[in-house]
Design a protein. Structure first.
Length: 295
């Protein structure tokens, strides 16, 4: 009695006429593509509607049902830049707080992730859980102690207070992400750098950073987006000097009524830096998010 073993690829089956039978394509391919397009349109449609409404007059934007083919105008953008308070200080405050806090997060997260991924650390899972547990506390629950702390040290309405909070807020996520990227670095590269006499700072700068640059770009973009979109801290802890763009955006909802076209124009302007950063770093973002996905 002979046994059948798997010694090679299974030959292709043939039709009755002797021609090789072509493999059937999975039927789920078109359905998955259609579902992906539907989901993509559901995400993009509100943004497109916001941009379209921003180019309408207030009368056309307030119609019910909405007037899609209404004449286009720049009235909403003109009112945003010249109608009241200048939007430039809040935009610059958001840009400063987001960029500086992202730099601080990277300077702290990369060495921490290196220690948790490259160097042996006892009970590293407990350390990672501790980092993640700091995100489990609702922000509102800690808002009053943070406000009292800022009031006592004289940092209310100060941009550096927001930078400190944004850094601490994004640091756990950055450590988790960077560890998944750094764990993919070959150990042989680190051993070769150590044999050449490179110290820790030189190894991080010249060996590890170029390899995990897509991961650094992805982490930077996510931290920048979280900092740019943060509203609660900025709303409570700032007034006029350190006012950020999201806080400035809420000023368009007044007791006099909702000026929809002007609000959509302001929302598009405030969202523009994040959109530009996302499009500029989309290649690095995809590479970085897929770098640590497969172990």
């Amino acid at each position: 009695m002979t046994s059948i073993t798997d010694t090679g690829p299974v030959p292709a089956t043939r039709t009755e006429s002797g021609e090789p039978r072509r493999p059937r394509k999975p039927r789920s391919g078109p359905l998955l593509s259609l579902a992906a397009w539907v989901v993509g349109l559901l995400f993009v449609l509100p943004v497109v509607w916001m941009v379209l409404t921003s180019f309408h007059s207030e009368a056309d934007a307030a119609t019910n049902p909405p007037s899609v083919l209404a004449p286009l105008t720049l009235e909403g953008y003109r009112e945003f830049f010249t109608g009241g308070a200048s939007p430039w200080p809040p935009l610059l405050n958001s840009l400063t707080a987001s960029l500086v806090s992202t730099v601080f997060v990277l300077l702290l997260a990369i060495p921490a992730a290196y220690a948790l991924s490259i160097k042996p650390v006892k009970k590293w899972t407990d350390v990672m859980f501790f980092f993640l547990s700091t995100k489990m506390l609702p922000v509102v629950a800690g808002l009053l102690p943070l406000y009292l702390f800022a009031q006592n040290v004289g940092l209310l309405d100060n941009i550096w207070l927001l930078i400190l909070f944004y850094t601490s807020m994004n640091l756990p996520i950055a450590v988790w992400m960077m560890r998944s990227f750094l764990i993919e670095v070959p150990v042989e590269m680190l051993e070769a750098a150590s044999m050449d006499g490179a110290g820790l700072a030189r190894t991080l700068r010249s060996v590890i950073a170029p390899v995990v640059m897509p991961g650094i770009a992805a982490t930077s973009l996510i931290c920048f987006i979280f900092s740019w979109n943060e509203l609660l801290f900025a709303r409570v802890l700032t007034a006029t000097v350190a006012e950020t763009a999201p806080v400035f955006l809420t000023s368009f909802v007044t007791s006099q009524g909702l000026f929809l076209a002007q609000l959509c124009a302001a929302a598009f302007i405030v969202s523009l830096p994040v959109l530009i950063a996302g499009f500029a770093a989309q290649d690095k973002l995809v590479q970085g998010l897929s770098l640590g996905s497969v172990k």
